[in-house]
Design a protein around this ligand. Structure first.
Ligand SMILES: NC(=O)c1ccc[n+]([C@@H]2O[C@H](COP(=O)([O-])OP(=O)(O)OC[C@H]3O[C@@H](n4cnc5c(N)ncnc54)[C@H](OP(=O)(O)O)[C@@H]3O)[C@@H](O)[C@H]2O)c1
Length: 242
């Protein structure tokens, strides 16, 4: 629902060209927010949304620190109410195509691990450092990383997906530390599990559509309380165990 205050708000979303990032972009635009969409490429669907003047698209390699610094410079005077680190990868094998064979024991590849940690862990860390002033300027800033329940030790009953699981556990740890370090700046940092969603990553066998996942995640973000800082929260509002 559109509230008068929503109109002034701005969200930055990474990996906005497809999947959950695209749906986040669409639903924030419907809410009347300004959206800064960031990714290594655009898409027809994202370009269609660009007919809305509230959307700006920045194409850059999210693993390129120089490009990230340039982006932060371009956004120097921009207030960012919500920063959503959404871009993510499972590496060279996805759950959609390989199920639990994805990233299984015995398939270690050092370059692949670097790639997975680069995008899933290092980019959220670096972007937060580069954009912290813009988020703090909100006075009500939210720093969100789309993580996964597979990062939870307590919920790991299946193994496999080694690099992906490890990267999501690592980024949960980062969000916990940022929740502590950035609380004095009025920023709430959290990790959010989007559910098992029908995107290219999880495939058509997944449980929910991006529309439902994103509507839930936006509700969670809208309702975030200081006590939830540092937690891993699911799209339906449930707090997940470490
Ligand atoms: N779908 C699920 O069931 C599920 C469950 C738990 C968590 N998640 C998390 O949700 C987030 C979004 O996933 P999704 O389901 O929407 O997956 P998706 O459809 O595969 O989209 C992934 C997005 O991340 C971007 N990305 C991947 N590798 C990148 C790289 N090296 N540099 C820049 N951008 C890169 C992709 O951009 P390109 O088009 O340029 O590749 C794309 O925009 C991810 O963090 C994922 O781990 C998803």
């Amino acid at each position: 629902m559109l509230s008068p205050n929503d109109k002034k708000n701005t969200v930055l979303i990474t990996g906005a060209n497809r999947g959950l990032g695209l749906e986040l972009t669409r639903q924030y635009l419907v809410k009347g927010w300004s959206v800064i969409a960031v990714g290594r490429q655009s898409s027809t669907a994202l370009e269609d949304l660009k007919k809305s003047s509230a959307l700006e698209v920045h194409c850059l390699d999210l693993r390129d620190d120089h490009a990230l610094s340039e982006l932060a410079g371009e956004l120097r005077d921009q207030t960012i109410d919500v920063l959503i680190n959404n871009a993510g990868t499972m590496g060279r094998t996805s759950f959609a195509e390989h199920g639990l064979e994805a990233g299984k024991f015995g398939s270690f590849n050092r370059d692949e691990w670097h790639e997975v940690f680069d995008i899933n862990v290092c980019t959220p860390m670096r972007l937060a450092e580069l954009l912290v002033e813009q988020v703090a300027a909100s006075g009500n800033g939210r720093l969100v990383t789309i993580s996964s329940m597979v990062g939870s030790m307590a919920l790991n009953n299946l193994g496999s997906m080694y690099a992906y699981r490890a990267s999501k556990a690592a980024v949960n740890s980062i969000m916990k530390s940022m929740a502590i370090n950035l609380a004095p700046r009025g920023i709430i940092a959290v990790a959010i599990h989007p559910g098992f969603v029908r995107t290219e990553m999880s495939g058509p066998m997944a449980e929910i559509e991006p529309e439902e996942s994103v509507a839930g995640m936006i509700r969670v973000i809208d309702g975030l309380k200081v006590e939830q800082a540092g937690m891993v929260i699911a799209w339906n509002g449930e707090t997940l165990p470490w």
